[in-house]
Design a protein around this ligand. Structure first.
Ligand SMILES: [Zn+2]
Length: 448
């Protein structure tokens, strides 16, 4: 009964006070209730969002925090399905006042603290996970696009060199790639161009070699770049420098009609005066039907095997008679064949040599005596031989089907160094011939 007595006592005291004091006390009590009530309510609704044991942000209440996390999950659902945060999230009611984040700030803080995992579609190469994309349909599209890109012609069958599988995998959403990025990653392009700064004494060809790209690709990536005017400190863009994670093999049996031309035959004739020659038989092009088995890896031809040759018309060689007293030739051995693509700019790209029409398998002779400095696969050049003739002159023979020499070997003028082919970036059998003087390709026509 003590409380009741106190209230009765207070009431009687309050009744005895003057009106002004009674009003003042009433206003004070109302204000005290309002202010006190507010701060009491605020202290109750604060909610600490605890991420892996640490307070990440202060929310108005648990419902607000959960709503913000739900919206973050929803945003991550664009990347994959079954999205969930990787961290342990708990909520703690707290009376702590004053530090409650706005919804925007709350979202910002939580997106910094949280990482999400989703079920994505992983592309596995030889059982190793290489890339992950949103779903199975996207993964299949990535693989189909790669095959499509490296299908060299309509008659080609394409397949992957490695064992490829698509499977659902849990992946951090930041590591799930778009279709375009997944294709680039598998092709070995990271999408970010790298730059090389030219150092003293470096040539474009040395740089290309160092980064395992062909000089032709380097030129294509740097269209405004002139090798002759290369300067120390200049930046050169490097592309496609990484190894592909997945290789596409295209194979076809292809039958094509090819013109054939036999090399000149030179006979000596003692009756002819000094320095004179005459044509005793005009050359006539022949025609044959050749069936090849062609293999291209990632769009570059690596093998070409002759399955069948059907001669439709025999070729006749040009026969020349020369005086037995001819001088020693001062010029190089001319690789025979008509120029089908000249030196110089070709569709925005620099063609660093000449393409000579030559039948598949025909022998290729060294331009002059020299030392073999390259004999093997060389990017877009395919099977390639470089011969150093001294005095800063190097000749290059590209797209060969076979190579008969090795690095370090000395060769004589006209000696067979290999056979015509179509390896590397090539649309058909021909000889790509280059003359490189002091590191710069020159028009070979001036040297033939
Ligand atoms: Zn060429």
């Amino acid at each position: 009964m003590e409380v009741k007595e106190t209230i009765t006592h207070l009431k009687s005291w309050f009744g005895k006070q003057p009106k002004a004091i009674r009003q003042g006390v009433a206003v004070f009590l109302v204000l005290a209730l309002v202010v006190g009530g507010f701060s009491f309510a605020n202290a109750q609704s604060a909610c600490a969002v605890v991420v892996d044991g640490q307070v990440a942000a202060m929310a108005k209440d648990q419902a607000q925090a959960e709503q913000v996390i739900a919206s973050l999950i929803k945003e991550n659902q664009k990347k994959g399905s079954n999205v969930k945060p990787l961290q342990n999230i708990t909520y703690q009611k707290t009376k702590k006042n004053g530090d409650i984040a706005s919804e925007e700030v709350l979202k910002q803080r939580l997106s910094e603290k949280l990482t999400f995992e989703a079920i994505a579609s992983g592309i596995k190469v030889n059982n190793g996970l290489k890339v992950a994309v949103k779903d199975k349909a996207t993964a299949e599209k990535v693989l189909a696009e790669l095959k499509k890109e490296y299908k060299v012609g309509p008659e080609f069958k394409v397949d992957f060199q490695e064992k490829v599988a698509v499977a659902n995998v849990p992946v951090e959403t930041s590591k799930i790639l778009s279709m375009e990025d997944a294709i680039k990653r598998l092709k070995g392009e990271n999408g970010v161009p790298r730059y090389h700064t030219v150092k003293e004494g470096e040539t474009l060809w040395e740089i290309a070699n160092k980064f395992n790209v062909s000089p032709e690709d380097l030129q294509a990536a740097n269209p405004n770049f002139t090798p002759e005017r290369m300067q120390i400190g200049q930046k050169i863009k490097m592309i496609g420098a990484a190894d592909p994670l997945l290789n596409v093999v295209a194979t076809a049996e292809k039958t094509v009609k090819e013109e054939t031309a036999l090399p000149q035959q030179v006979r000596k004739n003692a009756k002819l005066p000094f320095g004179q020659s005459r044509v005793v038989q005009k050359s006539e092009r022949g025609l044959k039907e050749v069936t090849y088995k062609i293999v291209a890896v990632n769009g570059l031809e690596t093998e070409r095997e002759v399955l069948n040759v059907n001669i439709i018309k025999q070729a006749k060689p040009q026969i020349i008679e020369r005086s037995a007293q001819t001088m020693v030739a001062s010029r190089g051995y001319r690789p025979s064949g008509a120029i089908i693509s000249p030196f110089g700019k070709r569709g925005g790209r620099m063609h660093t040599g000449v393409d000579l029409a030559k039948a598949y398998g025909s022998p290729v002779g060294a331009y002059n005596s020299g030392r073999v400095i390259r004999a093997g696969w060389y990017g877009a050049y395919g099977k390639c031989v470089d011969i150093n003739h001294g005095n800063g002159i190097v000749t290059r023979y590209a797209h060969l089907s076979t190579i008969n020499v090795s690095v370090g070997q000395n060769v004589e003028r006209g000696q067979s160094i290999g056979n015509v082919g179509s390896t590397g970036r090539s649309t058909g059998p021909h000889l790509h011939f280059e003359v490189i003087v002091n590191g710069v390709p020159k028009n070979p026509v001036g040297y033939l």
